[in-house]
Design a protein around this ligand. Sequence first.
Ligand code: APR
Length: 176
Amino acid sequence: MEKALKDKIEIVQGDITKMEVDAIVNAANTSLLGGGGVDGAIHRAAGPELLAETRTIGGCPTGEARVTKGYRLPARWVIHTVGPIWSGGYGEEDELLAKCYINSFKAALELGVATVAFPSISTGAYRFPLKRAVNIALRETKFFLQHNQSIKKVMFVCFGGDVYKKYQELSKEIFE
Ligand code: APR
């Protein structure tokens, strides 16, 4: 019996670099050469080989995803995706953020992973409004899980309490 969709997602508060999942998603920038926030944390935890590998990729356009190994991370893979920088919502920020989730799931499918963890993409330095971003994250995840059975667990790893509360609140609307 297929698990109910809501049982396939898990919302936690914590540090994504500690998550024991097959793949973690990084909120990177187009250079893929590291940065602050979750990008900085992932590079610090993975060690210098991560940067050595991302250097060979040659960047990543906004909305797309690129895969590397996880090196010293518990996760075997890192799926680097580049979220949109919020600029008022008159551009295609919503569509680009949705593409981050779609392309990260596509990469996870190609890797054949069963568990994947996401940070709250674009809601930090890129200043995407939180509720709007969480809605996109949860709706894209629901759509993906409705059409793909191979991923058994999607974790949303929230660094701050406000993000955690927003995921909890909106997941009740979208998944129950
Ligand atoms: N684990 C989980 N989430 C984290 C962690 C962590 N260790 N560190 C930060 N976060 C959270 C932030 O609190 C925020 O909710 O990740 C979310 C995304 O914030 P950012 O890391 O600032 O990412 P983003 O808004 O997408 O901006 C990306 O910032 O770090 C640079 O190189 C990165 O230029 C890129 C930009």
